[in-house]
Design a protein around this ligand. Structure first.
Ligand code: P6P
Length: 340
């Protein structure tokens, strides 16, 4: 699509037309996604100010994960909370930055959805001006719990997501979204203050020559991962018969967006360093939304041993190994795990 020569399609119009396409017009879901997008616009503005906004550096507090919070972590979380508490679409929210799910304040109406988010993923990159992002996931609240939701209501496998998306705050601010009928990209037009459709029905190449992993952890990797990476780095003279390239931004949103854009495989596998915690990345608001998006774009997402979207969660902040991206590469790594 050539945006400059065609009438722009804004997020609202797209969502209305998309919901007609899948046969069910759910105004509440559309309005919820529009609210999240507006919150991401505000986060984009705050992130974009950098040192001029007085929001760089540490907040002087730790989050539920025991990680030092950046000022922008706290601000982004506040923006998403404030934007979503009054809309009437949610029964409750959950965030990487908060231990417990947050109930909708009593003065506001409740709705039938549960929203989970990592308000500013990759925030350790903020102070060095590298892309960061917001990741979000939408579940339906059990109908008999919308007035009295509890943590267990969030513990649904990723296949139950009704929507998922991320916004990457990079050279441009890009929202990537699925409501179960393909993956679509919207770029923030800063003059209009609106997200404009810039790519629809994105498909990830099934093969790739690019992998993303934090290679400093190689001494902790399991044998199947070592085998896969060694084969990639052996290049065209090795068993793969082709050279590979490596990228690692240390910001999942940026690494996944590169894969959505040109293919590749992203790996934060189980390793001896993170085994005790179950992995590095969080299932509910990192792995699940990203896996939904990747699968909707024709890719694959596993822990190395099982499909991520099939995992039955046991805890809100549980962690999992993640291998996702170009289908044939993810299936190869998963096959190596099966071979042991
Ligand atoms: P490491 C960011 O903190 C994050 O959760 C992901 O966005 C990213 O992929 C990963 O951790 C980076 O981890 O160990 O390379 O710093």
């Amino acid at each position: 699509m050539t945006p400059s020569t065609q009438k722009p399609i804004f997020l609202t119009q797209f969502l209305i037309e998309e919901q007609r396409a899948i046969g069910e017009v759910k105004p509440d879901l559309r309005l919820l996604l529009e609210i999240v997008a507006r919150a991401c616009k505000r986060i984009s503005i705050a992130v974009g100010k950098g040192a001029l906004g007085g929001v760089l550096g540490d907040a002087g507090s730790d989050n539920v994960q025991g990680e030092a919070q950046k000022k922008l972590d706290v601000l982004s979380n506040d923006i998403l909370m404030e934007a979503n508490e009054w809309g009437g679409h949610l029964a409750a929210l959950a965030s990487e930055e908060m231990d417990e799910p947050v109930m909708i304040p009593s003065q506001y109406p409740k709705g039938g959805y549960l929203l989970l988010f990592d308000p500013l993923d990759g925030s350790s990159n903020i102070d060095v001006n590298i892309s960061v992002g917001t990741i979000f996931s939408v579940l339906s609240c059990p109908p008999d719990h919308t007035l009295t939701p509890c943590e267990d209501d969030f513990l649904q496998p990723g296949v139950k997501q009704v929507a998922a998306g991320y916004t990457v705050y990079g050279p441009s601010t890009v929202l990537v979204l699925t409501i179960g009928n393909g993956v679509h990209q919207f770029t923030l037009d800063r003059e209009l203050g609106s997200f404009v459709l810039t790519q629809s029905h994105i498909r990830i190449p099934e093969d790739t020559r690019e992998f993303a992993i934090n290679a400093s952890n190689s001494r902790y990797w399991e044998a199947p991962v070592k085998r896969y990476i060694d084969e990639c780095t052996a290049g065209k003279d090795g068993p793969r018969g082709k050279d590979f390239n490596m990228r690692w931004v240390a910001s999942m949103v940026a690494d996944v967006h590169r894969i959505i854009t040109r293919g590749g495989v992203f790996m934060y596998p189980m390793d001896e360093k993170s085994r005790e915690k179950g992995g590095k990345l969080r299932l509910m608001y990192e792995a699940n939304p990203m896996s939904f998006i990747i699968e909707q774009a024709g890719g694959a997402a596993t822990t190395g041993r099982e499909r991520i979207l099939d995992i039955q969660p046991s805890k809100l902040h549980q962690r999992v190994p993640v291998i996702l991206g170009s289908k044939n590469e993810v299936e190869r790594v998963t096959a190596y795990h099966k071979e042991g």
